[in-house]
Design a protein around this ligand. Structure first.
Ligand code: NI
Length: 170
């Protein structure tokens, strides 16, 4: 179970929208790929990881926000947001921007449809941290990082912090 290098802010793969996964083509590699993604996410103490963060342009992400402290793993293949409502403002971070956090407004409730690891469709409504994770990971698949969503002035400040933090990134 290798722990993979996580791509960082500024790398091209994080800015590129990912093409949809053809499930049947990916299926043979998927179990190994998911094992590596979970291992990499857990080693970095993240609650989600998207394929571009390990250098792959695939519409694939994993999420585990550990509701009530228990693992609850979600595999998102070709995820789509069906509806979003309300708002929440909370601190957000990203494994591709280590050591940097910023408050960001997101929808409070989000309904998502995706395929699971077996290629079966699922739908779920997430609230709070799960809703945030859905939006954050799907943004990754669209080539967006959370800092791209900050209001202009705030984004400039955070980009300054990122510039300094980058010196210490692996
Ligand atoms: Ni992220």
């Amino acid at each position: 179970m290798p722990i993979l290098r996580i791509t960082k802010h500024g790398e091209r793969v994080l800015k590129t929208p990912c093409p949809r996964v053809r499930y049947d083509e990916l299926a043979p590699e998927l179990p190994g790929l998911l094992r590596d993604m979970w291992a990499t996410m857990n080693a970095a103490r993240g609650v989600g990881l998207a394929a571009p963060q390990i250098g792959l342009d695939l519409r694939l992400a994993v999420i585990d926000v550990r509701p009530q402290g228990k693992s609850s793993r979600l595999v998102l293949i070709n995820p789509e947001i069906l509806s979003a409502d309300g708002d929440q403002t909370d601190e957000e971070g990203c494994l591709s921007i280590p050591g940097v956090y910023a408050k960001l407004k997101r929808a409070a409730r989000v309904r998502v449809r995706a395929l699971d690891a077996d290629g079966k469709p699922w739908e779920m409504t997430g609230e709070g941290l799960l809703a945030r994770a859905f939006q954050h990971e799907i943004d990754h698949l669209d080539g967006k990082l959370y800092v791209d969503r900050l209001p202009f002035e705030q984004r400039l400040k955070v980009l300054d912090v990122i510039k300094d933090a980058k010196v210490h990134w692996p």
